[in-house]
Write a protein that binds this ligand. Structure first.
Ligand code: GLN
Ligand code: ZN
Length: 759
């Protein structure tokens, strides 16, 4: 019999129950006991949903983050968490969220650093290491959950993060080599595994996703050390990898002295045969055959075609699971009532994915005939999606074919263009601008809600937004900014706003995915060929421009960001989808230019996030990502100025690709890490104009004028001052007007002083 198991279930709840409970608790309207009860109820519900899967995950539920949970299990919270009294949960949230000095006059406690979980949009709390780091076992959370699951009649399979990945994810605070801590960590893992075995646990899922990354010899060696030392434990270990292929780590992974290996067969289909060959005959092979990162129904017939021969070879040694934890998909598509029926029928969220898993296992165990009806239904849905004329638009295909060999080049060099632009758009030295958005006040959000509910007519809504735009333009004039923006009041979200206006996109009501802690995102669903029925921003931008003599910058989201922040179709390469998006946005660019807009910004906030995990794959991604941007942005006249914006500073490794985008001006986040900016320019001279963000918009504090001047002077050491712009790090939509006005006033003064130093 084939065994089925799940690697992790979305913890947030089908209606974001966890988010609401957490936020009530943080506000003080829920007690700790009530929060714990809410957690228990959610786990209970999640396990009910997973019943029928042979082994259910336990320990995948978390009040904030699974890496922070692992830190607790290993007795390894930063010392600052223990500085004061409080419950374990208080300490936990102290690390997760920090504590501001405003709330507690004595001392602020800074939150643990947060960073992206591999190539997903989930963020984890980074463990902090130093030379004297010690660990101690704290298994209670796992033990409690084992009992909870057993009370529901289920077979629990604890999920933990493996020792090598745990070290790899952390940050050394004092330059200690993290691997030096391995020998202190391993006895705690051994103790934990024995403890779980003593509870009667047979299998433990031990996640080691770093096996899909580039590992040097020391890290590879660490795997051997770790798993040889854990060999004597009484629990059976399933070393679990996901998000990529194993490549040069394949033999290492196959030969670890453990009882089983999980391979992500969605990311690494071509490695299945090799792993089947390598794995010794006493080991289990778990194959991730259902995509845990995307929302499409699995082609069950096709999967069985290649899976049946594998099953024949492995027999009972074959296990089936989703490719990775289902944390990265929404909970249940059956609660969607607004999606069109055909599109809805193509989708599978976590609940549906587990159904698919059960059908596949049954087909292997009892023959396809035993699941004839669901297989037939699946085949017809897959066929319908493949044939749908909502997915395939011949005109889009044709336009793409015509474009494939187009380089997207501007045709003239930056030095020629900038002359034309200076004639067309007169600006002082150190021109000042902002990144696009101004405060999204509760008032604006309320108007949008009312419009959506039909309580406000479209005409009234447009008037309301126009009022907001007029106010925003006037305030920018008063501040003395040089290049103005319309403020983005009409946008709920920089991707959703455009997706809603493009053909080929659909939107769920409850398709939430955890991003970090209580924060969730609802990625739009890109299901078909992309086209733009009508102009998306021209009216708003032209209205704003009509109110001022200053140049007004049109504001668009770039194709790569649209792609990286959506659930995208899996029936064609991502790069083809990016090109379709590029084509649609290019039409908008050309319409804006035709309407007299002289400056157009195309945000690529998520370009870096799409970088593949493996170094060897990065150049390929950057090539098509840059190409998509160029196709979208660069078909304009010389005198039209193209800006782009990226909100991160670590772009040392991609700066050459960014230069190839050839935007006339790039604004980036720099204020929080000024050294990084300098590093990037040490090795490579960025050729076009650049606006290094001079203040951090995430902080409510008023930026200091001298700090801003200092930062610009550092930049001017690297880049001729006639190529520098002055702007904040990112958009201002999360700030209040009371914060924005004095901050920008100071920024404008800083620019004026800088100008004097040039003359
Ligand atoms: N133009 C967008 C804004 O100002 C950019 C947001 C972003 O970079 N994430 O909000
Ligand atoms: Zn930004």
């Amino acid at each position: 019999m084939v065994t089925t198991h799940n690697l992790g279930f979305p913890r947030i709840g089908a209606r974001r129950e966890l988010k609401h409970a957490l936020e009530s608790f943080w506000q003080g309207s829920l007690t700790e006991e009530q929060l714990q009860m809410e957690g228990e109820a959610l786990r209970h519900k999640n396990w009910v949903t997973q019943a029928g899967v042979d082994l259910v995950p336990i320990g995948d539920f978390s009040f904030y983050d699974q890496v922070l949970d692992m830190s607790v299990t290993l007795g390894h919270l930063p010392a600052r968490a223990h500085r004061e009294e409080g419950s374990d949960l208080d300490r936990y949230f102290r690390v997760a969220r920090g504590r501001s000095a405003n709330d507690h006059e004595d001392c602020a406690i800074h939150a643990g650093e947060m960073t992206k979980w591999f190539n997903t949009n989930y963020h984890y709390i980074v463990p902090e290491f130093q030379a004297d780091t010690e660990f101690s076992l704290n298994p209670q959370r796992l033990l409690d959950q084992i009992h909870e699951a057993r009370n529901q009649g289920l077979v629990p399979k604890p999920v933990i993060i493996g020792p090598v990945t745990y070290l790899w994810l952390g940050k050394s605070k004092d330059d200690t080599d993290k691997l030096n801590l391995l020998h202190r960590l391993l006895p705690i893992y051994a103790e934990l595994l024995d403890r779980l075995a003593a509870e009667g646990v047979e299998w433990v899922q031990i996640d080691e996703p770093v096996l899909v990354t580039d590992l040097d010899a020391d890290w590879r060696h660490a795997f051997n050390v770790a798993y040889h030392s854990l060999k004597t434990t009484n629990a059976k270990l399933l070393v679990t990898t996901y998000f990529g292929d194993l490549r040069e780590n394949l033999q290492l992974a196959c030969e670890l002295p453990v009882e089983g290996l999980h391979l992500d067969a969605i990311s690494a289909p071509e490695e299945v045969a090799r792993v089947v060959d390598w794995l010794s005959p006493h080991k289990i092979l778990s194959l991730g055959i259902i995509d845990g990162r995307n929302i499409w129904r699995t082609d069950l017939g096709n999967t069985l075609d290649w899976l049946e021969p594998v099953h024949e070879r492995l027999g009972d040694r074959l296990w089936l699971a989703p490719s990775c934890s289902l944390l990265h998909v929404p909970v249940d598509v059956s609660s969607e009532h607004k999606l069109e029926a055909d599109i809805k029928s193509w989708l599978a969220f976590a609940v549906q994915k587990l159904d698919e898993l059960k059908i596949l296992a049954r087909a292997l165990n009892q023959g396809r005939a035993s699941v004839h009806a669901p297989l037939t239904d699946n085949a017809s849905v897959i066929q319908a999606r493949r044939d749908s004329d909502r997915v395939h638009t011949p005109a889009v295909r044709e336009a793409i074919t015509n474009l494939k060999n187009h380089s997207g080049s501007r045709g003239t060099s930056f030095s020629e263009r900038i002359q034309a632009q200076r004639g067309h758009i007169p600006l002082p030295d150190y021109p000042t601008t902002t990144i696009g958005s101004f405060p999204q006040t509760p008032d604006i959000r309320q108007a949008r809600q009312q419009f959506r509910k039909g309580e406000l007519t479209e005409a009234a809504y447009i008037d309301r937004i126009r009022e907001e735009i007029a106010d925003c333009v006037q305030r920018q004039e008063e501040l003395g900014l040089d290049v103005l923006v319309h403020g983005e009041a009409e946008r709920n979200d920089m991707v959703e706003y455009f997706g809603e206006q493009l053909d080929g996109y659909a939107f769920s009501q409850f398709g939430w995915v955890q991003s970090y802690g209580s924060r969730c995102v609802k990625p739009p669903i890109l299901f078909g060929d992309i086209s733009r029925p009508t102009a998306m921003t021209v009216n708003w931008i032209c209205f704003a421009q009509s109110l001022t003599d200053k140049p007004l910058k049109g504001m668009l989201t770039g194709p790569v960001t649209m792609l990286n922040w959506s659930f995208v179709r899996n029936d064609q390469p991502r790069k083809d989808t990016a090109l379709q998006l590029a084509l649609a946005i290019r039409e908008e660019v050309l319409d804006l230019e035709k309407a007299g807009v002289k400056i157009i910004q195309m945000d690529e906030a998520a370009l870096r996030e799409g970088l593949p995990l493996r170094l060897a794959d990065r150049a390929g991604y950057l090539d098509w990502a840059v190409h998509a941007f160029r196709i979208a942005a660069n078909d304009v006249r010389d005198e039209t100025q193209i800006h782009t914006h990226m909100c991160y500073s670590e772009f040392n490794d991609i700066i050459e690709a960014i230069a190839r985008m050839d935007a006339d001006v790039i604004t980036i986040e720099t204020s929080r890490s000024d050294m990084e900016l300098l590093d990037a320019f040490r090795g490579f001279e960025y050729p076009n104009d650049i606006g290094p963000g001079v203040y951090d918009i995430h902080s409510p504090n008023l930026p200091d004028k001298q700090d801003m001047i200092g930062l610009m002077k550092k930049a001017a050491d690297r880049i001729p001052s006639d190529r520098l712009w002055v702007n904040p790090d990112c958009g201002l939509k999360t700030r209040k007007w009371e914060e924005v006005i004095p901050a920008l006033r100071t920024m404008v003064q800083a620019a004026r002083e800088l100008r004097q130093s040039v003359q």
